[in-house]
Design a protein around this ligand. Structure first.
Ligand code: SF4
Length: 374
């Protein structure tokens, strides 16, 4: 296990439960000390600079340190769907993703498995992994472990969900999410310069923010913070894919009686989309990604009980928790990625779900141009 970090007296995320996960105790995330994975494959729905041409080699972990009630990966974050694996099998998966053309290894919600993931990436590198590693997280990181992340992460892809401590307390049961996430994101920006090679990112920080229906003041505060603190060193990804949850919706205690007004049961409206874009101009945020609104489109929710978990070919399965229980990782898809016309058509189709914002400012472009020659 990585020196100085372990599952005993767990403080791996900012929740700091203090439980001994090696002895069967579980904290808020509900997971033990064995790495638990649900799904891995080639994902084409991430930001264009993350997907590149070959797609992002995405690994979905089980469990979560926040468990938003509207989480699209509800089966994993709330239900812990997945299978206990080990570091060697994780390395097998990383190498399989690279062999299948992935532009990077994209670890989704891995904070609560940090020791195993650090070890797994080290073993993967020793066995020949060359692709950059993406840390795709809620942003609820423990400050003491950020140096360890810097040892193996090339691209940070954290959420900044809110800077409102009372909203955070209502949604996640902790009021310190804003402090923890803002501190972590500042450190991520300081440690990873934006570098692009061709059509994909090899280093840097992209901050994601999901716009919530009826909570545009929440978004305004996040955008203001981004502009003031990291806009010169990071990209913003503004997401409009909020989908009303199938399960229970919180009632009036959330900000402004959100539940009582039924806001959580609808998507972000076209009018809210327009007002949010106006905020980008207001705060001078000119580089990054904006998802197209999906007010009338059918929900695009994954179903992780199936190997082909993502609808419409958005992602391509290569490893699934329900297969090969005794055999370890095995490729479950026999198609050759990127050698079929349909795959390439899907790349184009799904990249239109994000559009790159205007590039009037030169700063990032100059950084990119230097990297282009690598
Ligand atoms: S990783 Fe899990 S057990 Fe550890 S502090 Fe966070 S929520 Fe608690």
């Amino acid at each position: 296990m990585t020196a100085g970090v372990s599952y005993t007296r767990c403080r791996l995320c900012a929740r700091r439960c203090g439980v001994d996960r090696t002895r069967g105790q579980t904290g808020f995330c509900g997971t033990g000390s064995r790495l638990r994975i649900a799904w891995a494959g080639i994902h084409r729905g991430e930001e264009p600079l993350i997907c590149g041409r070959g797609g992002s080699g995405t690994i979905f972990l089980s469990g979560c340190t926040l468990r938003c009630f509207f989480c699209q990966n509800y089966q994993l974050s709330h239900g812990n769907l997945g299978r206990d694996t080990d570091v060697s099998e994780f390395a097998d998966i990383c190498l399989m993703l690279e062999r299948k053309g992935a532009e990077n290894i994209n670890i989704v919600t891995g904070t609560h498995f940090l020791p195993s993931l650090a070890e797994g990436i080290r073993e993967s590198r020793e066995r020949g992994l060359t692709k950059p590693v993406v840390w795709n997280s809620s942003g609820y990181e423990s400050s003491e472990y950020l140096p360890l992340l810097n040892d193996f992460v090339d691209i940070y892809l954290p959420d900044l969900k809110t800077l409102d401590s009372s909203l955070s307390a209502s949604m996640f049961g902790v009021s310190d999410y804003p402090d923890a996430a803002a501190r972590a994101i500042k450190e991520m920006a300081a440690s990873r310069p934006l570098l692009r090679r061709g059509s994909f990112l090899v280093s840097g920080l992209i901050v994601r923010h999901l716009v919530l229906p009826g909570l545009l003041e929440n978004t305004r505060a996040v955008l203001a913070w981004f502009a003031e603190n990291v806009a010169d060193r990071a990209l913003l990804s503004l997401m409009f894919q909020y989908t009303p949850p199938a399960g229970p919706v919180p009632q009036g205690e959330l900000q402004g009686g959100q539940g009582e007004r039924g806001e959580w049961k609808r998507r972000v409206s076209a009018e809210e989309y327009g007002r949010t874009l106006a905020m980008l101009d207001e705060f001078g945020i000119e580089e990054g990604f904006v998802q197209e609104p999906s007010e009338d489109a059918p929900p695009c929710l994954p179903d992780f009980s199936l190997p082909d978990a993502f609808p419409g070919g958005l992602a391509y399965p290569l490893w699934f928790y329900g297969k090969n229980q005794a055999e370890g990782a095995r490729e479950i898809c026999s198609q050759e990625i990127c050698q079929q016309e349909t795959c390439c058509q899907k790349i184009d189709h799904y990249q239109t779900r994000h559009r790159q914002a205007r590039h009037r400012r030169t700063g990032h472009r100059e950084i990119y141009d230097q990297a282009d020659g690598m």
